[in-house]
Design a protein around this ligand. Structure first.
Ligand code: AMP
Ligand code: MN
Ligand code: MN
Ligand code: MN
Length: 289
């Protein structure tokens, strides 16, 4: 049996390749019953996704994936059940997008020095009017033949120590939790196993998150191994955090992440949706585009 909830997904409003309505359509056809749209630092796609969900057998949760700098490392916080009309949230996200614009130009000029001209323009074309993510640089660099695939672009150009790396200056953990809660949402640490933290560092993060009022961690994630599910389920239980599940789907072209195929949460987890009344999860102001 697969999990009917998929609470972490991307659309063309950030670095996904499907429009919000195409994502909702694919998820509904794939057996997902409750889908969260969680684009990076933007809720731009939520109104379209909510409209698309009204004609399908699927409930759409308004969400976001916020970029955070914690201990000089970039981590991601998912916010779920947001009132996307909330001003504090939107001011915070606008600040992160302003940094993204600045960073994209800086990545472009660093890549230019490394012998790849006009990467900023190329990434901007791939972003198609939305915010610019490193994924858009990766797609452009693959297209011009600078690397074989997107993973190799990250490995050789975009990560720490490589020519196109620009350090993040994102939200603090406290700010990100504050914005999500101001918008009436729940704060979730995204894909915790991806950060490759030592056990003690991860537990420091979870402790700080808990003290800030954080709600949940992703136990089941498209980027977690089977072992990771059990390790994260144990952390969730020990810290009294709720458990979330999300594929982190970006595109049908990445066959290792397929919608509708998330496993159930391990026994002993309290699901983040345990007290959701689905009819009430979408604040009315989210419906106003
Ligand atoms: P950004 O938020 O613009 O720094 O970009 C982060 C996004 O890049 C992530 O959400 C992933 O979609 C993508 N990403 C990060 N690392 C990799 C990687 N090694 N291979 C492919 N995509 C990656
Ligand atoms: Mn992404
Ligand atoms: Mn992420
Ligand atoms: Mn994501």
């Amino acid at each position: 049996m697969f999990c009917a909830y998929d609470l972490h997904n991307h659309s063309t409003a950030s670095d996904g390749t499907l429009s919000p309505s195409d994502l909702v359509g694919l998820a509904a056809r794939s057996g997902v019953r409750v889908l969260a749209l969680t684009d990076h630092d933007s809720t731009e796609g939520v109104a379209e996704a909510l409209r698309a969900a009204q004609t399908k057998q699927i409930t759409l949760i308004a969400g976001v994936e916020i970029s955070v700098t914690w201990n000089q490392q970039t981590i991601h916080l998912v916010g779920l059940n947001l009132d996307v009309g909330n001003e504090r949230l939107q001011r915070g996200l606008a600040g992160l997008r302003a940094f993204r614009d600045e960073r994209a130009r800086e990545i472009g000029s660093r890549l230019e020095k490394a012998g790849i001209p006009e990467a900023f323009e190329g990434a901007r074309a791939f972003s198609n009017g939305s915010l610019i993510s490193r994924t858009h640089f990766a797609r452009h660099l693959v297209q011009v033949g600078a690397a074989e695939d997107e993973r190799k672009v990250f490995k050789h150009f975009l990560v720490n120590g490589k020519p196109g790396h620009v350090p993040g200056r994102w939200a603090s953990l406290e700010e990100a939790v504050g914005w999500i809660h101001a918008a009436g949402g729940q704060a979730v640490i995204a894909h915790p196993a991806r950060y490759r933290m030592t056990r003690s560092k991860l537990r420091r993060l979870l402790q700080e998150f808990l003290e800030l009022g954080g709600d949940a961690i992703e136990v089941v994630s498209g980027s977690h191994s089977r072992d990771d599910y059990f390790v994260m389920a144990k952390h969730a239980r020990e810290f009294g955090l709720l458990a979330s599940a999300g594929s982190d789907f970006h595109s049908p072209e990445t066959p290792w992440i397929v919608l509708g195929r998330l496993p159930m949460l391990p026994d002993g987890c309290l699901p983040i949706w345990h007290d959701w009344s689905l009819a009430e999860t979408t604040p009315v102001s989210s419906l106003v585009s």
